[in-house]
Design a protein around this ligand. Structure first.
Ligand code: ATP
Length: 366
């Protein structure tokens, strides 16, 4: 099913602008994740797609028809929310099969369909139990089963995994993608969890204060964020963003002046010519922690000098927080020996822009 939002806004009584002129085209069979911090308008947007909320301005259509008409009239749209409204007095089988009663399936056909969905979700053994006899993850699967059993053409999911522990979330997110794709259904999925968004989505839509900031494939929004907000929002740890003045020097260098120090890029450096266009301007330079590499202190080109403020060990990686004069930056020290021995030493840091084109953000005027 195709979902089309055209200049959609939602202003609640009292004046809260929950969604501000959002246009979005979700293609048939596509899984689009709405990502953003709490209160950015994700749920409101999803509710408008579900026809549960009417836009103040703009249109939402599903296969060319108004969302409200489609959601109310047919069995094509299924919703899964964080709050699972399972019927407590019904068994798992009855809960999953519930939507089929209304669709006129007889007992045998219903039973067959329930079995098929339950075994796909790995809850075939639990069909006789009541919701109170299930774990949180199992209850979540039952809710998913109830949505899947109707073979909907559009899934609308609002933080369906947020109450689960990390391991279950990881398992279920791949299962959800597989099930939705197997059905060939379209899916709009809301989350504030960027790992979930980046791993599940065909395309991610990033919202801030009701405004669509960026829309694209996970790798594209990560490597080439459209706005400074997205650059700083995506990635854990976050991208370093430093203000700098660009100076094209006569000795074949482009320099980025950041506070007391200067990052010098040889003219042959792949980013130097692009930066030269900003000569004399103040820009924001973005680079991810993993794009920085420690180098010997006497290195001259393409180097930022910083003093280690503190180190954080995360098991699989160690992060160093450095004061580089202009600001503090974070560097991922994975693979560079024991960072503990470097405590308090002045460090040279290479690679800042060497990998910027592939892994950092494009510079933007500050
Ligand atoms: P969360 O991740 O916390 O669920 P969200 O991104 O889904 O947040 P929404 O629930 O869409 O955000 O809310 C967007 C804004 O609209 C918020 O400022 C919220 O307080 C406001 N809002 C939501 N529903 C209503 C309502 N019925 N009446 C008034 N304001 C509302």
């Amino acid at each position: 099913m195709e979902v089309l939002l055209r200049d959609v806004s939602k202003v609640f009584p009292g004046g809260t602008v929950a969604v501000d002129t959002v246009s979005l085209h979700v293609r048939p069979g596509e899984l689009v994740v709405l990502l953003g911090p709490s209160g950015c308008g994700k749920t409101t947007l999803l509710r408008m797609v579900a026809g549960l909320e009417l836009p103040t301005a703009g249109q939402v259509t599903l296969d060319g028809r108004p969302a409200r008409t489609v959601a109310y009239s047919g069995r094509d749209v299924a919703m899964v929310f964080q709050e699972l409204a399972l019927y407590r007095h019904m068994s798992v089988a009855e809960n999953i099969g519930f939507p089929l009663r209304w669709a006129g399936f007889d007992d045998a056909a219903r039973h067959e369909k329930v079995l098929e969905v339950a075994s796909a979700l790995g809850i075939g053994e639990l069909l006789g139990r009541r919701p109170s006899q299930l774990s949180g993850g199992q209850r979540q699967r039952v809710a998913m089963g109830r949505a899947l059993v109707r073979n909907p053409r559009l899934f609308l999911m609002d933080e369906p995994l947020s109450d689960l522990d990390t391991q279950l979330r990881t398992e279920l997110r791949t299962e959800i993608v597989d099930l939705v794709k197997d059905l060939g259904a379209t899916c709009v999925y809301v989350t504030h969890d960027q790992t979930e968004a980046l791993t599940m989505a065909d395309r991610v839509a990033i919202l801030r204060r009701g405004v669509l900031q960026d829309l694209g494939k996970p790798t594209d929004v990560y490597t080439r964020p459209a706005t400074l907000y997205v650059a700083g929002f995506l990635g854990q740890p976050r991208m370093n963003l430093i203000e700098a003045t660009v100076v094209v020097s006569l000795d074949q260098h482009v320099a980025l002046r950041m506070g007391a120090q200067e990052l010098r890029l040889p003219w042959l450096h792949m980013q130097a010519r692009m930066l030269a266009r900003y000569h004399g301007e103040r820009i924001a330079v973005g680079f991810r922690p993993e794009a920085l590499t420690p180098v010997p202190p006497d290195t001259t080109d393409n180097v930022l000098h910083g003093r280690v403020l503190y180190l954080e060990h995360h098991g699989h990686e160690s992060l160093a927080f450095l004061d580089v004069g202009a600001t503090a930056v974070t560097i991922d020290e994975t693979g560079y020996g024991d960072p503990g021995t470097n405590r308090g030493r002045s460090r040279g840091v290479r690679g800042m822009l060497a990998r910027l084109s592939g892994r950092g953000g494009r510079p933007a005027a500050a």
